[in-house]
Write a protein of this length. Structure first.
Length: 447
C-alpha cells in the first residue's frame, strides 16, 4: 500500500469545515430526546470532512504520469462505499470511476470524463476530530500493472465516453471499472462491485484485478485480467449506469451484492416504474452465485417525501450485521432509509422463471410480486436518515461503528455538476462546494 499525504489545500474552505460543528452542537442539544415523548431519537454525534487534495497529485503519486491535467478537480468520490479497517476511526473506501458528468448535445446526453487518465483507487481514511485524513491508497490495476481506468467498456452497451466539454470522443477501455461497493477478505484481498457489466471484482491486497465475474453471455474481450461469466444472464438487462452498487460480506465469507435499480426488463419503461430490484449471494469458495432475492422498495414518496419519480429509487449500500441479516439502504439523492433484511432459503428465486428474460410479465412488471406468488425479502425499518438533522444527501456508504453507531459517507461527485457550466472558459472545474464527509449517527435502540 502506498501512503499518500495531503499537501497544502488548494482552496481555503475553513468556513465549510466549521459548519458541521455548529450543526452537531444543535443536534446534540435538540436531538437527545423527543420533546413530547422523552423517547431518545437517532442523532448525529460527529461530522468530519475531507480536505482538498489535487486529483493530479493524488493520482500521480500512485501511478506516475497518469494524469496530465486534473482541470482543477480535487480528490473526491471516495464515498462509493465505506468498510471498517480494524482500528477505531479507520475505514477502507473506494472511489467511483472518476470525475464524470453529462452534457446535452443536439438533444442527446453525452457522458463526459474530464480526467480520463484517472484510475479508480482503494483509499484508507482515518477520522480525526472534524477531519478525514487519507492515510493510504491503492491503485486498481490490470494483471500487468497498468491502470484499469474508469472508462466505459463496450460500445453499444455502455455510455460513449467524451471529453470534459462533450465535444471529443474518447476510446472505450475493456479494463475500465465503475467501482462501487467494497469489503476486505480475511486474506487481505478486496472484493468490489462494478456498474458497467455489472460485475463482481476480486482484487489483490496490492490492487491487481485477480478475477472479474460478469453476467453469462456478456462476451467482454480485450481485458488484461481474467474474466469469468458467472453471474445470471438476466443482469445483462441492467439499467445504464445502474449496475451492482452495494456489497456486504457475511460472517461465513459469502458476499451479498445489490443491484442498484430494477432491471430494464422487458424495457426501460418497465425498469423506470418498477419498485422491485434484486440481491445476489455469491460464494467465493464455489466462484458462483448461490442465491437470488427479490427486494421491494418502499414507495418513492415514503423514502423521499419531495420525490414522485420511482426511477430515483436506488440501493447504494448493504451491510452485514450478523448471521444472514443485512442493513439495506434505500435512497434518492436527497434522502435515505435503512432496512433490516434477513435472507432466508424460502425466498431464493435463483434459477426460477424470473431469471429468464422471456418470462412475461417479468419480475419488474409485477405490481405486487408477493401476491403473484413471488417470495420477497422481508424487511423492517431501522432508521429514516431523512429525519435526522445533519445527515447530508447522497449517502452511498454505510458501515457499523459499534453496536449502536453507524458511519455514513456521501458521494460528492468530485465536486462536479452536470451541464455546460461544470467548467469555466479555461476548462477549470467550477466546484459545486459539496464536500466528502463521514457522519456518525447514533441509534438509541442499536442496530
Amino acid at each position: 500500500m502506498s501512503p499518500h499525504v495531503a499537501g497544502k489545500h488548494r482552496v481555503n474552505r475553513s468556513v465549510a469545515l466549521g459548519v458541521p460543528l455548529a450543526v452537531l452542537a444543535a443536534v446534540v442539544t435538540a436531538g437527545t430526546a423527543d420533546a413530547t415523548s422523552g423517547t431518545a431519537q437517532p442523532r448525529v454525534t460527529r461530522t468530519a470532512t475531507l480536505g482538498n487534495i489535487p486529483l493530479g497529485t493524488f493520482s500521480n503519486a500512485l501511478l506516475p504520469g497518469t494524469v496530465g491535467d486534473d482541470r482543477g478537480v480535487d480528490l473526491g468520490g471516495i464515498g462509493s462505499d465505506i468498510y471498517p479497517a480494524g482500528r477505531k476511526g479507520e475505514f477502507w473506501t473506494v472511489t467511483d470511476r472518476g470525475p464524470n458528468g453529462q452534457i446535452k448535445v443536439a438533444g442527446t446526453k453525452r457522458r463526459t470524463f474530464p480526467v480520463p487518465g484517472f484510475d479508480p483507487a482503494i483509499v484508507k481514511i482515518r477520522v480525526c476530530g472534524d477531519t478525514v485524513k487519507v492515510i493510504g491508497s491503492i491503485p486498481i490495476t490490470t494483471s500487468s500493472g497498468k491502470p484499469v481506468t474508469g472508462l466505459s467498456n463496450q460500445a453499444g452497451r455502455d455510455e460513449a465516453p467524451y471529453s470534459y466539454d462533450a465535444q471529443t470522443s474518447l476510446p472505450y477501455n475493456a479494463n475500465g471499472l465503475d467501482t462501487e461497493g467494497i469489503v476486505r477478505a480475511k486474506d487481505g484481498s478486496f472484493w468490489l462491485v462494478d456498474e458497467y457489466s455489472p460485475s463482481l471484482v476480486h482484487v489483490s491486497a496490492r490492487g491487481k484485478v485477480l478475477t472479474r465475474y460478469v453476467p453469462k453471455g456478456l462476451r467482454l474481450t480485450g481485458t488484461d485480467y481474467p474474466v469469468v461469466e458467472a453471474l445470471p444472464a438476466v443482469l445483462l438487462h441492467r439499467k445504464s449506469n445502474r449496475g451492482l452498487e452495494g456489497l456486504a460480506q457475511l460472517p461465513d465469507g459469502d458476499l451479498v451484492m445489490a443491484l442498484q435499480s430494477p432491471l430494464s426488463l422487458p424495457d426501460a419503461d418497465a425498469g423506470n416504474t418498477s419498485r422491485t430490484t434484486r440481491l445476489l449471494r455469491f460464494s467465493p469458495r464455489k466462484h458462483a452465485v448461490t442465491a437470488e432475492y427479490a427486494y421491494r422498495f418502499d414507495p418513492v414518496n415514503v423514502v423521499d417525501p419531495s420525490e414522485d419519480d420511482p426511477s430515483e429509487l436506488k440501493i447504494s449500500s448493504v451491510v452485514a450485521v450478523g448471521g444472514d441479516r443485512l442493513l439495506v439502504e434505500e435512497r434518492t439523492d436527497k434522502s435515505a432509509r435503512l432496512q433490516s433484511v434477513r435472507l432466508t432459503r424460502d425466498a431464493n428465486i435463483l434459477g426460477g422463471p424470473y431469471d429468464s428474460d422471456t418470462t412475461s410479465p417479468s419480475l419488474e412488471q409485477l405490481d405486487d410480486p408477493a401476491s403473484a406468488g413471488v417470495p420477497v425479502a422481508a424487511k423492517r425499518l431501522v432508521v429514516d436518515l431523512g429525519t435526522v438533522a445533519g445527515v447530508p444527501g447522497k449517502i452511498e456508504g454505510v458501515a457499523r461503528g459499534d453496536h449502536d453507531t453507524l458511519a455514513l459517507i456521501n458521494d460528492n461527485d468530485f465536486g462536479m455538476t452536470d451541464g455546460t457550466g461544470a467548467f469555466d472558459a479555461q476548462g477549470r472545474l467550477v466546484d459545486s462546494g459539496i464536500e466528502t464527509t463521514v457522519t456518525y449517527v447514533r441509534l438509541p435502540r442499536g442496530i
